[in-house]
Write a protein that binds this ligand. Structure first.
Ligand SMILES: [Zn+2]
Length: 123
C-alpha cells in the first residue's frame, strides 16, 4: 500500500472527521477469464483499518482494470484512444462521426467500455 495523499475530512467509513489517507494498491482480479493486475486507488480509514472507494475512485479503478486487460490482449487503452483523437485534434463526437459510429461510442471507450476487435482495428 502506497500512501499518496492525506487530508482531514469526514471519513466515509467511520463517519468521523479525521486524517483520511489516499492509497494506491496493486490488485489482481479475474476479468474475462484472465488474471489482470492493475493499480487501484482507495481511501483508508485508520480507525476501522478498512478501505473504501469513492464514486470517482470506483470509476477510475474500473477503468484501470479494463485498461490493464486491454493492454494485455493487445487492444488500445483509453489513453491510447485519447491520444489518437489529440493527434487529429478531434472531439469524441467528431471522431465517431468520421468513423460513422454512434455518437457516444468513443466517450464510452474512454471511460468504461471495452471496444471489440473490429472497432479497435478501425481506430
Ligand atoms: Zn474513518
Amino acid at each position: 500500500m502506497e500512501i499518496i495523499k492525506k487530508a482531514k475530512k469526514e471519513c466515509l467509513l467511520c463517519m468521523e472527521e479525521h486524517e483520511v489517507e489516499t492509497a494506491k494498491i496493486q490488485e489482481v482480479e479475474l476479468f474475462r477469464n484472465r488474471e489482470v493486475t492493475y493499480t487501484a486507488t482507495y481511501e483508508y480509514c485508520s480507525n476501522t483499518d478498512e478501505l473504501i472507494e469513492t464514486e470517482e475512485m470506483f470509476k477510475s479503478n474500473d477503468l484501470a482494470l479494463k485498461d490493464s486487460y486491454r493492454a494485455e490482449v493487445g487492444l488500445l487503452t483509453s489513453n491510447e484512444i485519447k491520444a489518437i483523437r489529440e493527434k487529429y485534434r478531434v472531439s469524441q463526437k467528431g471522431l465517431t462521426r468520421v468513423l460513422g459510429w454512434d455518437e457516444a461510442t468513443i466517450s464510452c471507450y474512454e471511460t468504461f467500455q471495452i471496444q471489440d476487435r473490429i472497432h479497435d482495428n478501425l481506430l
